[in-house]
Design a protein around this ligand. Structure first.
Ligand code: BDR
Ligand code: CA
Length: 312
């Protein structure tokens, strides 16, 4: 069965690879639309980058919407130090010719969930959760209509990447994350514990480069760019491809293992704001709110990614 999804994203090179992976598998995934959110870079760039990626994929027909330009309660924090000034540094790609849709991204999410049968649409957030939380707050009737949310965000064993306690996507908008994690929608979470295992090693990137297409060339150039930051930071070979884990899970869930546990978001402490407090060891009787992934077959992930990218 084809999964109908909305990708909510702040591209970002790893978001770009996730979008390319989803669009490479139309037999398994139907992308109903892409909603951009402020995150890695401001919204004017994330919406533009989403369209650049669709055109690179040969899919200017995918509707792209601009969503929220700032978090619910705090000023926007961006990550140009990782992703570069444009968010897609590493290769110069042409400005998009496909239009940005007039509708606000949040309105698109609401209208799409109302227009389709309940339980048929999966939301795939790859950035801060501002758009999703705003949609849930504005139109509470849509919450029960969501089939599931598969998102990249948070960490337990790896703790933080933007502060010692918090992962970037959750840290940027913890109030939004709190709304989503408390929504009751079935949640599958790809935290840093998983994404830090899918590293762009030399041999994996050689296999992608060997595809020889413009898409493969762009993916290699992007990973070359952002891995310099993670390699210096973590002293390892290659960088994590965070966001593609979300799409890989839809295509091959058997690659991932995790636990169904309680996960809560810290919103008040100035020291640990944005922390995903995950009850991995089951030490409370708080309700189980999310499947929190802990491990991945990393080579299986790269075999899947390389095979899909070779379709372009
Ligand atoms: C997340 O933050 C962003 O920089 C990446 O695109 C990913 O979604 C990783 O913490
Ligand atoms: Ca992202």
């Amino acid at each position: 069965m084809t999964a109908k999804i909305i990708i909510d994203t702040d591209p970002g090179q790893d978001d770009a690879v996730a979008i390319l992976l989803a669009l490479a598998a139309p037999d398994a995934i139907e992308v109903l639309g892409i909603t951009a959110v402020a995150g890695n870079v401001p919204l004017n760039l994330t919406q533009k980058n989403a369209r650049i990626i669709c055109e690179l994929a040969g899919r200017p027909d995918i509707p792209v919407f601009a969503g929220c330009d700032r978090p619910l309660a705090h000023p926007l924090v961006t990550a140009e130090h990782v992703h570069g000034k444009t968010g897609l540094d590493g290769i110069a790609l042409p400005d998009p010719r496909m239009p940005l849709q007039d509708t606000h991204g949040v309105d698109f999410i609401i209208a799409t969930l109302r227009a389709h049968s309940a339980g048929t649409i999966t939301l795939c957030p790859l950035g801060p959760l501002t758009n999703i939380a705003t949609a849930f707050r504005t139109a509470p009737d849509i919450v029960a209509r969501v089939k599931e949310i598969v998102l990249m965000g948070g960490a337990y064993f790896e703790v933080g990447n933007i502060t010692p306690a918090a992962e970037f996507n959750i840290y940027v908008d913890p109030e939004a994350a709190d709304i989503v994690f408390k929504s009751g929608v079935p949640l599958t979470v790809m935290p840093l514990d998983v994404t830090h295992k899918v590293l762009t090693t030399r041999s994996r990137m050689t296999a992608i480069r060997a595809i020889g297409s413009p898409v493969a060339h762009a993916v290699a150039a992007w990973t070359d760019f952002f891995e310099r930051f993670d390699m210096a930071k973590y002293g390892q070979e290659g960088a994590p491809l965070h966001d593609p884990c979300v799409i890989a899970y839809l295509l091959a869930p058997h690659l991932f293992t995790g636990r169904h546990i309680n996960v809560e978001i810290e919103t008040t402490s100035s020291l640990t704001r944005g922390m995903t407090v995950a009850d991995w060891w089951g030490v409370t009787d708080r309700p189980k709110t999310a499947v929190f992934m802990g491990d991945v077959d990393a080579q299986g992930f790269y075999d899947l990614l390389t095979g899909c990218l070779a379709r372009y």
